[in-house]
Design a protein around this ligand. Structure first.
Ligand code: G3I
Length: 359
């Protein structure tokens, strides 16, 4: 009888606990979720922190499947003098990334910033500068042929009104004219026919004069047979953030041209001094998380968006306070490498957004 009572008690306990215990919440890494969805989830690597910080190493290798050298492939670093290429840092990053199983995105190949003085101060004829550009792109893309799978070929070439910038601060636009864009893509394609080639810009995520101009230019490229694969929305985002419905519409019109769209430099900055010992209030952190969630959902749900690159990993190492004084706290992990609400927002987007292209 006592055995029977014990059995009943045990069964009851088991049933009750089965009935009342909540299932363990899933705890997959961002990388595993992204890989399942065939999404490139990347992070920018910058020289000062990389690869010496072990916490950064763990976070990167656990949560990302793609990396981008933040500056080390820029002209100033790899081609400091006319006859000098220096791939020391770029090679080290690429080899490290390969060793750790990451895919690699590179660039920008042509940008009017981060150029060495021999380019910006040169007294160029149009054909000379085209030859220099051709040599540079062939050398850099050629060196990593088959190893760097996506390139931002031309970066920040458009004015807010949507026309190509040909003013004095762009040696490319000023000397060559808007055709420098087509030429850069042609040279990159010659150097690696299998790499995906992107036009990249900021402030053109939603629908506005700039994104209209870029869309029409990209349409022209397609019609001219220029080898372009996609448009990179940088997605450096303040709060309030770009309207996700507009971002989706913008993405869809590139899709109709059979072009991809990527978020190439995502972060969501908060107006709160980076030097403050007190983090931003939950109001800001939750709003930031909402921005990450809504914007990530748009990419994950779109049939032509398969790449999201975060422009930094933790608030400890960030470009934001340098270029936007008074702002910071823009990334998924805080200064102690603790995941922020923004991290969970991206994770939930990867977990719960309906499959890409469905519905
Ligand atoms: O590495 C040198 C160091 O040796 C030197 O002592 C120090 C002195 O200033 O400079 C260090 O280089 C800095 C470099 O970042 C490395 O971290 C440069 O000064 C600094 O200008 C450079 O800033 C980068 C900026 O692009 C210009 O290239 C930022 O980190 C990088 O986040 C930013 O990224 C851009 C994208 O390429 C294009 N879209 C906008 C985005 C943010 O501005």
């Amino acid at each position: 009888m006592r055995r029977l009572t014990t059995l009943v008690a045990l069964t009851l306990t088991a049933t009750l606990s089965a009935g009342f215990t909540l299932a363990e919440p899933p705890d997959p890494s961002l990388a595993s979720l992204s890989t399942e969805r065939r999404l490139q989830l990347g992070a920018a690597l910058s020289k000062p922190e990389w690869p010496v910080d072990p916490l950064l190493y763990d976070t990167l290798t656990t949560h990302f499947n793609t990396v981008v050298p933040e500056s080390e492939l820029k002209w100033m670093w790899v081609h400091p003098e006319r006859d000098v290429y220096d791939f020391t840092l770029a090679d080290a990053m690429v080899e490290w990334a390969e060793m750790n199983g990451f895919d690699i995105r590179g660039g920008p190949l042509i940008w009017h910033q981060s150029l060495p003085p021999w380019i910006t101060e040169g007294d160029w004829t149009r054909s000379e500068l085209i030859a220099v550009m051709r040599d540079h792109i062939h050398t850099v893309v050629g060196r990593y042929r088959g190893r760097i799978s996506q390139w931002d070929v031309v970066n920040e070439a458009f004015e807010p009104n949507g026309t190509v910038y040909v003013g004095e601060h762009s040696v490319w636009g000023r000397v060559i004219g808007p055709e420098f864009i087509d030429l850069a893509f042609k040279f990159a394609h010659e150097a690696d026919p299998d790499a995906e080639l992107y036009l990249n810009d900021y402030g053109a995520e939603a629908l506005n004069a700039k994104s209209d101009g870029i869309y029409h230019f990209a349409k022209g490229m397609v019609e001219r047979g220029v080898p372009i694969d996609g448009f990179g929305m940088q997605m450096h985002t303040p709060l309030p953030f770009p309207d996700p419905h507009e971002v989706a519409k913008n993405m869809a019109r590139f899709g109709a041209l059979k072009l991809k769209v990527a978020y190439t430099e995502m972060d969501v900055r908060i107006e709160h001094p980076d030097t403050s010992l007190v983090p931003p209030s939950p109001y800001w952190l939750n709003w930031q998380a909402h921005a990450y969630r809504m914007l990530t959902d748009v990419c994950v749900a779109a049939p032509n968006c398969d790449t999201i690159i975060m422009w930094g990993v933790t608030d400890l190492h960030s470009w934001v306070p340098h270029q936007h004084p008074g702002y910071g706290w823009a990334h998924l992990w805080d200064k102690q490498y603790q995941p922020k609400p923004a991290f969970y927002a991206v994770r939930d987007s990867l977990l719960y957004t309906p499959t890409r292209g469905a519905g």
